[in-house]
Design a binder for this molecule. Structure first.
Ligand code: 13P
Length: 288
Protein backbone atom coordinates (compact mmCIF):
# COMPACT_ATOMS: atom_id res chain seq x y z
CA UNK A 1 0.00 0.00 0.00
CA UNK A 2 1.31 3.45 -0.89
CA UNK A 3 1.64 6.19 1.70
CA UNK A 4 -1.69 7.70 2.73
CA UNK A 5 -2.82 11.00 4.19
CA UNK A 6 -3.48 10.83 7.94
CA UNK A 7 -7.02 12.21 7.50
CA UNK A 8 -9.05 8.99 7.34
CA UNK A 9 -7.15 7.16 10.07
CA UNK A 10 -7.47 10.12 12.45
CA UNK A 11 -11.13 10.80 11.77
CA UNK A 12 -11.83 7.10 12.42
CA UNK A 13 -9.76 7.28 15.62
CA UNK A 14 -11.63 10.36 16.84
CA UNK A 15 -14.99 8.73 16.17
CA UNK A 16 -13.84 5.44 17.73
CA UNK A 17 -12.25 7.03 20.85
CA UNK A 18 -8.72 5.78 20.37
CA UNK A 19 -5.50 7.40 19.14
CA UNK A 20 -3.01 6.67 16.37
CA UNK A 21 0.66 6.87 17.36
CA UNK A 22 3.15 9.04 15.56
CA UNK A 23 6.56 7.47 16.02
CA UNK A 24 9.52 9.59 14.97
CA UNK A 25 12.10 7.84 12.80
CA UNK A 26 15.85 8.39 12.60
CA UNK A 27 17.21 5.81 10.20
CA UNK A 28 16.47 2.54 8.41
CA UNK A 29 16.32 0.43 11.58
CA UNK A 30 13.79 2.80 13.17
CA UNK A 31 11.59 2.83 10.09
CA UNK A 32 11.67 -0.95 9.77
CA UNK A 33 10.90 -1.49 13.47
CA UNK A 34 7.90 0.85 13.43
CA UNK A 35 6.48 -0.46 10.15
CA UNK A 36 6.78 -4.14 11.05
CA UNK A 37 5.21 -3.60 14.48
CA UNK A 38 2.26 -1.73 12.94
CA UNK A 39 1.79 -4.58 10.47
CA UNK A 40 2.01 -7.28 13.18
CA UNK A 41 -0.59 -5.45 15.28
CA UNK A 42 -2.78 -4.46 12.33
CA UNK A 43 -2.58 -0.84 13.41
CA UNK A 44 -2.52 2.36 11.36
CA UNK A 45 0.67 4.36 11.96
CA UNK A 46 2.24 7.75 11.36
CA UNK A 47 5.99 8.02 10.81
CA UNK A 48 7.21 11.38 12.13
CA UNK A 49 10.26 13.08 10.62
CA UNK A 50 11.65 16.21 12.23
CA UNK A 51 13.58 18.65 10.05
CA UNK A 52 16.76 17.55 11.85
CA UNK A 53 16.09 13.85 11.25
CA UNK A 54 15.30 14.61 7.59
CA UNK A 55 18.67 16.30 7.22
CA UNK A 56 20.41 13.43 9.04
CA UNK A 57 18.91 10.91 6.62
CA UNK A 58 20.37 13.07 3.77
CA UNK A 59 17.10 14.79 2.82
CA UNK A 60 13.33 14.36 2.53
CA UNK A 61 13.55 12.67 -0.87
CA UNK A 62 15.69 9.90 0.61
CA UNK A 63 13.23 9.44 3.47
CA UNK A 64 10.19 9.30 1.17
CA UNK A 65 11.87 6.91 -1.26
CA UNK A 66 13.14 4.63 1.53
CA UNK A 67 9.75 4.50 3.22
CA UNK A 68 7.79 3.87 0.02
CA UNK A 69 10.19 1.12 -1.02
CA UNK A 70 10.20 -0.46 2.43
CA UNK A 71 6.41 -0.58 2.51
CA UNK A 72 6.47 -2.42 -0.81
CA UNK A 73 9.37 -4.78 -0.05
CA UNK A 74 8.04 -5.71 3.41
CA UNK A 75 4.48 -6.12 2.13
CA UNK A 76 3.06 -3.59 4.60
CA UNK A 77 -0.70 -3.30 4.09
CA UNK A 78 -1.75 -1.19 7.10
CA UNK A 79 -2.26 2.56 6.46
CA UNK A 80 1.02 4.48 6.84
CA UNK A 81 1.36 8.26 6.73
CA UNK A 82 4.77 9.90 6.33
CA UNK A 83 4.55 13.16 8.27
CA UNK A 84 6.86 16.15 8.71
CA UNK A 85 7.09 16.96 12.43
CA UNK A 86 7.32 20.64 13.51
CA UNK A 87 8.01 21.90 10.01
CA UNK A 88 8.80 25.44 9.04
CA UNK A 89 7.13 26.98 5.99
CA UNK A 90 9.97 26.04 3.61
CA UNK A 91 10.34 22.57 5.11
CA UNK A 92 6.64 21.93 4.49
CA UNK A 93 6.97 22.86 0.83
CA UNK A 94 10.03 20.64 0.43
CA UNK A 95 8.26 17.65 2.00
CA UNK A 96 5.22 18.09 -0.23
CA UNK A 97 7.54 18.05 -3.23
CA UNK A 98 9.51 15.07 -1.91
CA UNK A 99 6.41 12.85 -1.62
CA UNK A 100 5.44 13.05 2.07
CA UNK A 101 1.75 12.31 2.63
CA UNK A 102 1.33 14.64 5.62
CA UNK A 103 2.91 17.77 7.07
CA UNK A 104 2.91 19.71 10.30
CA UNK A 105 3.30 23.45 9.97
CA UNK A 106 4.45 24.71 13.35
CA UNK A 107 3.68 28.41 13.33
CA UNK A 108 3.22 28.52 17.10
CA UNK A 109 6.26 30.76 17.63
CA UNK A 110 5.03 33.31 15.05
CA UNK A 111 2.63 36.19 15.74
CA UNK A 112 -0.86 34.63 15.62
CA UNK A 113 -1.89 36.47 12.41
CA UNK A 114 1.17 35.13 10.63
CA UNK A 115 0.47 31.60 11.88
CA UNK A 116 -3.06 31.98 10.43
CA UNK A 117 -1.81 33.36 7.09
CA UNK A 118 0.84 30.68 6.50
CA UNK A 119 -1.40 27.84 7.74
CA UNK A 120 -4.15 29.06 5.36
CA UNK A 121 -1.75 28.95 2.43
CA UNK A 122 -0.49 25.48 3.29
CA UNK A 123 -4.03 24.15 3.86
CA UNK A 124 -4.87 25.15 0.27
CA UNK A 125 -1.73 23.49 -1.06
CA UNK A 126 -2.26 20.23 0.85
CA UNK A 127 -5.96 20.08 -0.08
CA UNK A 128 -5.05 20.28 -3.76
CA UNK A 129 -2.71 17.30 -3.34
CA UNK A 130 -4.86 15.22 -0.98
CA UNK A 131 -2.37 15.45 1.89
CA UNK A 132 -3.05 15.99 5.59
CA UNK A 133 -1.86 19.01 7.56
CA UNK A 134 -1.35 19.58 11.29
CA UNK A 135 -1.14 23.07 12.79
CA UNK A 136 -0.11 24.20 16.26
CA UNK A 137 -1.42 26.70 18.77
CA UNK A 138 0.25 27.43 22.10
CA UNK A 139 3.54 25.60 22.36
CA UNK A 140 5.04 22.35 23.52
CA UNK A 141 7.59 22.85 26.29
CA UNK A 142 11.15 21.58 26.14
CA UNK A 143 13.19 20.90 23.02
CA UNK A 144 12.49 18.70 20.01
CA UNK A 145 15.44 18.42 17.67
CA UNK A 146 16.38 22.08 18.00
CA UNK A 147 12.76 23.36 18.15
CA UNK A 148 12.43 24.95 21.58
CA UNK A 149 9.04 25.81 23.09
CA UNK A 150 8.11 27.76 26.19
CA UNK A 151 5.12 25.54 26.88
CA UNK A 152 2.29 28.10 26.79
CA UNK A 153 -1.19 26.67 27.22
CA UNK A 154 -3.14 27.17 23.97
CA UNK A 155 -5.92 29.76 23.88
CA UNK A 156 -9.12 27.84 23.01
CA UNK A 157 -10.40 30.71 20.81
CA UNK A 158 -7.17 30.69 18.81
CA UNK A 159 -7.50 26.90 18.50
CA UNK A 160 -10.97 27.36 17.04
CA UNK A 161 -9.71 29.95 14.53
CA UNK A 162 -6.90 27.67 13.31
CA UNK A 163 -9.17 24.61 13.29
CA UNK A 164 -11.72 26.50 11.17
CA UNK A 165 -9.07 27.04 8.49
CA UNK A 166 -9.63 23.39 7.60
CA UNK A 167 -6.52 21.77 9.03
CA UNK A 168 -6.68 17.98 9.32
CA UNK A 169 -5.53 17.87 12.93
CA UNK A 170 -4.60 20.38 15.59
CA UNK A 171 -1.78 20.32 18.14
CA UNK A 172 -2.50 22.44 21.18
CA UNK A 173 -0.13 23.10 24.05
CA UNK A 174 -1.77 21.80 27.24
CA UNK A 175 1.25 21.57 29.54
CA UNK A 176 2.91 18.79 27.53
CA UNK A 177 6.67 18.79 27.10
CA UNK A 178 9.06 17.16 24.62
CA UNK A 179 11.59 14.79 26.15
CA UNK A 180 11.57 13.40 29.68
CA UNK A 181 9.16 15.18 32.10
CA UNK A 182 10.76 17.00 35.05
CA UNK A 183 10.05 15.76 38.59
CA UNK A 184 7.93 18.82 39.35
CA UNK A 185 5.76 18.59 36.20
CA UNK A 186 2.20 19.68 36.94
CA UNK A 187 0.55 17.24 34.51
CA UNK A 188 -1.68 17.90 31.51
CA UNK A 189 -4.19 20.75 31.70
CA UNK A 190 -7.43 18.83 31.12
CA UNK A 191 -9.53 21.95 31.71
CA UNK A 192 -7.87 23.60 28.70
CA UNK A 193 -8.20 20.41 26.61
CA UNK A 194 -11.89 20.19 27.44
CA UNK A 195 -12.49 23.79 26.30
CA UNK A 196 -10.46 23.29 23.12
CA UNK A 197 -12.36 20.11 22.26
CA UNK A 198 -15.72 21.84 22.89
CA UNK A 199 -14.82 24.58 20.41
CA UNK A 200 -13.15 22.41 17.74
CA UNK A 201 -15.75 19.63 17.61
CA UNK A 202 -14.78 16.67 15.42
CA UNK A 203 -11.31 17.95 14.61
CA UNK A 204 -8.73 15.35 15.68
CA UNK A 205 -6.46 16.79 18.39
CA UNK A 206 -2.76 15.95 18.72
CA UNK A 207 -0.83 15.34 21.91
CA UNK A 208 2.90 15.96 21.51
CA UNK A 209 5.48 14.88 24.08
CA UNK A 210 4.05 11.36 24.47
CA UNK A 211 7.17 10.09 26.30
CA UNK A 212 6.62 9.65 30.02
CA UNK A 213 2.98 10.74 30.26
CA UNK A 214 1.32 8.37 32.78
CA UNK A 215 -1.12 5.87 31.25
CA UNK A 216 -4.16 7.29 33.06
CA UNK A 217 -3.47 10.77 31.67
CA UNK A 218 -3.09 9.34 28.16
CA UNK A 219 -6.47 7.61 28.48
CA UNK A 220 -8.13 10.73 29.85
CA UNK A 221 -6.69 12.81 26.99
CA UNK A 222 -8.03 10.32 24.43
CA UNK A 223 -11.43 10.57 26.13
CA UNK A 224 -11.26 14.35 25.61
CA UNK A 225 -10.65 14.18 21.87
CA UNK A 226 -6.94 13.43 21.41
CA UNK A 227 -6.61 11.11 18.39
CA UNK A 228 -2.90 11.38 17.57
CA UNK A 229 -0.11 10.97 20.09
CA UNK A 230 3.55 11.68 19.26
CA UNK A 231 6.32 9.53 20.69
CA UNK A 232 9.99 10.12 20.01
CA UNK A 233 12.28 10.14 23.06
CA UNK A 234 10.94 6.87 24.49
CA UNK A 235 12.07 4.87 21.43
CA UNK A 236 15.47 6.57 21.60
CA UNK A 237 15.83 5.65 25.28
CA UNK A 238 14.88 2.02 24.75
CA UNK A 239 17.18 1.72 21.72
CA UNK A 240 20.08 3.22 23.71
CA UNK A 241 19.48 1.01 26.77
CA UNK A 242 19.39 -2.22 24.73
CA UNK A 243 22.50 -1.23 22.76
CA UNK A 244 24.33 -0.34 25.98
CA UNK A 245 23.44 -3.70 27.48
CA UNK A 246 24.77 -5.54 24.40
CA UNK A 247 28.06 -3.68 24.45
CA UNK A 248 28.51 -3.79 28.22
CA UNK A 249 27.99 -7.55 28.11
CA UNK A 250 30.91 -7.65 25.63
CA UNK A 251 28.73 -9.23 22.95
CA UNK A 252 30.26 -7.11 20.20
CA UNK A 253 33.55 -8.85 20.95
CA UNK A 254 32.21 -12.37 20.72
CA UNK A 255 32.47 -13.96 17.26
CA UNK A 256 31.05 -11.57 14.71
CA UNK A 257 29.07 -9.63 17.30
CA UNK A 258 30.44 -6.40 15.85
CA UNK A 259 28.46 -6.98 12.62
CA UNK A 260 26.04 -4.02 12.52
CA UNK A 261 23.17 -6.37 11.78
CA UNK A 262 23.89 -8.03 15.14
CA UNK A 263 25.01 -4.93 17.04
CA UNK A 264 21.87 -2.97 16.18
CA UNK A 265 19.42 -5.88 16.53
CA UNK A 266 18.67 -5.56 20.28
CA UNK A 267 18.03 -1.82 19.89
CA UNK A 268 15.73 -2.42 16.93
CA UNK A 269 13.85 -5.05 18.94
CA UNK A 270 13.57 -2.61 21.88
CA UNK A 271 11.98 0.00 19.59
CA UNK A 272 9.47 -2.64 18.48
CA UNK A 273 8.55 -3.38 22.10
CA UNK A 274 8.06 0.32 22.90
CA UNK A 275 5.90 0.86 19.80
CA UNK A 276 3.82 -2.21 20.70
CA UNK A 277 3.23 -0.99 24.27
CA UNK A 278 2.14 2.42 22.98
CA UNK A 279 -0.18 1.03 20.31
CA UNK A 280 -1.85 -1.15 22.94
CA UNK A 281 -2.21 1.83 25.29
CA UNK A 282 -3.53 4.14 22.56
CA UNK A 283 -6.07 1.53 21.43
CA UNK A 284 -5.06 1.44 17.75
CA UNK A 285 -4.36 -2.33 17.63
CA UNK A 286 -6.61 -4.07 15.10
CA UNK A 287 -7.88 -0.75 13.72
CA UNK A 288 -6.10 -0.80 10.33
P1 13P B 1 8.68 12.99 22.98
O1 13P B 1 10.07 13.06 22.44
O2 13P B 1 8.54 13.63 24.30
O3 13P B 1 8.12 11.63 22.91
O4 13P B 1 7.79 13.91 22.00
C1 13P B 1 7.63 13.55 20.67
C2 13P B 1 6.93 14.61 19.90
O5 13P B 1 6.05 15.28 20.39
C3 13P B 1 7.30 14.79 18.50
O6 13P B 1 6.67 15.87 17.93
Amino acid sequence: MALVSAKDMLEKAKAGHYAVGQFNINNLEWTKSVLTTAQELNSPVILGVSEGAGKYMTGYKTVAAMTEAMIEELGITVPVALHLDHGGYEGCKKCIEAGFSSIMFDGSHLPFDENVAKTTELVALTKKKGLSIEAEVGSIGGEEDGVVGAGEIADPQECKKISDLGVTMLAAGIGNIHGVYPENWKGLDFGALDKIQALTGDRPLVLHGGTGIPDDMIKKAIGLGVSKINVNTECQLSFAAATREYIEAGKDKQGKGFDPRKLLAPGAEAIKNTVKEKMELFGSVGKA
